[in-house]
Design a protein around this ligand. Structure first.
Ligand code: HEC
Ligand code: HEC
Ligand code: HEC
Ligand code: HEC
Ligand code: HEC
Length: 421
């Protein structure tokens, strides 16, 4: 048992309670602290010769193959990331997208492996495992039967840290950096505005109350092909997994004729999801589009996304919720502030909202009323830049969630005009 690891459990508990008081800013530094420093995996664990994914994969082959196909493995080489990093090459980006960078521009293994086995499993000369290991059970959740423990040829430290959603929060929860401008140069500071709120959204959802963790949905138990043993999948499916996206949310669409045209009403119901849909960074959004068949009018769009505005402020907000610190004369802070959030909240975070919009009938419409046909599509989108949607840009990836066609409820017949006396 190394000394390093013992205080982590209390840190985990503190993080869980503080989150309600402090605005979405849990601190769980073991697995990256919002990108403020590289991850230090420490010395080589006893019994191992190397900690690169290929070496681990010699004995944990299925896991290594799954991880290789995940965005964690590609966190640095991901072209969408690389394009964004070229515009804003900050140390914070490196510390989350290539956490084992040792304080330098990532090369070699740090770049090729991104968020690697050691990033999550190696600390202080130990291989960290979930707490189930301590009880001689692999895993530890109910419904995870196993063939009993085998002896690991390397040091293993079992910790509940790996079972918790907090471990993911080190990278999946962080605030915007603001830029303090001076006449000569400037510097970045952390602000109190949340950039990715995945853990915060989860903490306010029914999943948190039900103790359903990130791992339960993103690392489901799987049967090993060779030996009947169950383990947690390392494929980390997310927005690129069509089945997962389709079970995350459903849309209920209705339409009725009104005086100016056809009013479309949409209710988005969250499905099996533990955070907002979509969550993560500003590159992700979804859109439900509806249009009147045969009409030239552009479709009405219901975006599920966050919108931000850049603001100039004259003091630096405290990420922990304390008072704002005034800036010296002549300096200002440029910071992004959220103005609108139209995403679908997860189960347990309030009733689903109904959103409405009216498709106007074309001016020269002689189409008889009573048979207005509405078509709609609902798609999940990954955009090449956060601003691409408003600039008419094309997504780099999309998943078709649902679509359909319906006839609008006809307007109530007009009451007969009264004859004047
Ligand atoms: C993003 C973090 C992360 C990465 C990257 C990662 N793991 Fe894991 N790993 C976990 C978590 C979390 C668990 C499950 C802990 C629990 O609940 O028991 C786990 C479980 C395991 C287990 C125990 C098997 C089981 O589920 O019973 C092994 C072995 C393992 N990982 C090996 C690896 C190897 C090898 C790699 C690299 C190819 C890797 N991991 C990459 C987070 C990670
Ligand atoms: C020489 C083979 C070998 C190598 C190399 C190896 N492991 Fe293991 N590891 C095992 C065996 C065998 C076990 C015990 C049985 C099991 O859980 O698969 C084990 C257990 C584990 C566990 C605990 C699983 C549990 O039961 O809860 C984790 C986590 C783990 N290894 C991760 C890693 C990581 C990460 C690496 C690379 C840094 C690595 N291992 C390298 C063979 C190896
Ligand atoms: C050390 C930082 C780090 C940790 C710890 C971490 N992640 Fe990630 N994760 C990332 C980064 C960075 C990406 C995005 C990579 C990219 O696309 O450039 C990512 C991507 C993902 C994705 C892929 C989303 C998609 O649409 O395909 C999922 C799912 C995910 N992480 C889940 C988890 C879970 C669950 C945990 C905890 C068990 C976890 N992560 C821990 C950094 C981390
Ligand atoms: C109840 C199941 C569930 C839980 C719990 C859950 N997720 Fe997800 N997650 C999903 C589903 C379903 C999707 C796919 C829909 C989507 O793209 O949002 C998803 C998508 C994602 C994505 C891709 C971004 C996106 O929205 O497209 C990331 C990253 C992610 N989850 C991380 C996490 C992390 C980190 C946690 C824990 C704090 C977590 N998830 C907890 C079900 C869950
Ligand atoms: C605190 C950790 C952290 C920091 C700091 C960070 N990221 Fe990320 N980034 C993530 C996680 C986690 C994801 C996965 C969620 C998602 O893709 O929506 C991600 C996703 C992305 C994506 C979307 C990739 C894709 O294909 O889905 C881009 C682009 C990106 N980050 C660029 C950057 C840049 C550029 C910086 C520095 C200015 C940066 N990130 C800083 C954690 C971080």
């Amino acid at each position: 048992m190394t000394r390093l690891l013992v205080p982590l459990v209390s840190c985990l508990v503190a993080g869980a309670t503080a989150a309600w008081a402090v605005r979405n800013h849990p601190v769980f530094p073991l697995f990256s602290n919002g990108g403020s420093a590289p991850v230090d995996v420490g010395p080589l664990p006893r019994g191992l010769e190397a900690i690169d994914a290929e070496s681990c994969g010699k004995c944990h082959a299925e896991i290594a193959a799954e991880w290789r196909g995940s965005l964690h493995a590609k966190a640095w080489v991901d072209p969408v990331f690389q394009d964004a990093y070229a515009v804003e090459p900050l140390a914070e980006c490196r510390n989350c997208h290539a956490p084992e960078n040792g304080g330098e521009e990532p090369t070699g293994r740090a770049a090729a492996e991104g968020v690697s086995c050691a990033t999550c499993h190696v600390r202080g000369g130990q291989v960290l495992a979930g707490s189930g290991h301590a009880r001689g059970v692999h895993g530890g959740s109910a419904g995870s039967p196993t063939a009993g423990p085998r002896q690991a040829p390397h040091a293993v430290f079992a910790t509940r840290a790996l079972d918790s959603s907090q471990m993911c929060a080190g990278c999946h929860q962080f605030n915007f950096l603001g830029f303090v401008t001076k006449s000569s140069g400037g510097h970045h500071v952390e602000t109190d505005e949340v950039q990715q709120d995945t853990w915060g959204e989860w903490s306010r959802s029914r999943s948190a109350t039900a103790r359903e963790t990130c791992q339960d949905c993103h690392m489901p138990w799987k049967q090993s092909a060779n030996g009947g043993r169950q383990y947690r999948s390392h494929a980390f499916p997310g927005g690129f997994d069509e089945a997962l996206v389709r079970e995350a949310v459903t849309a209920e669409v209705t339409a009725r004729e009104v005086a100016e045209g056809v009013e479309v009403a949409v209710t988005f119901h969250p499905g099996r999801i533990g955070h907002a849909f979509p969550t993560g960074d500003l590159f992700r959004r979804a859109e439900l589009k509806a249009w009147l068949e045969g009409s030239e009018e552009p479709p009405v769009v219901f975006p599920l996304a966050r919108t931000f505005r850049d603001r100039i402020e004259d003091c630096v907000p405290d990420p922990q919720g304390g008072p704002c610190k005034p800036l010296p004369e002549g300096q200002v802070l440029r910071v992004r502030r959220q103005s609108v959030d139209t995403r679908v909240p997860p189960p347990g975070s309030g009733p689903p909202a109904v959103r409405r919009a009216t498709i106007r009938l074309p001016a020269a419409a002689d189409a008889p009323r009573g048979i207005s046909r509405i078509r709609w599509t609902f798609d999940y989108l990954l955009m090449p830049t956060p601003g691409a949607a408003s600039a008419g840009g094309k997504p780099v990836h999309s998943v078709h969630i649902a679509g359909g066609e319906l006839v609008a409820t006809p307007a109530a017949p007009r009451s007969p005009e009264r004859s004047s006396p």
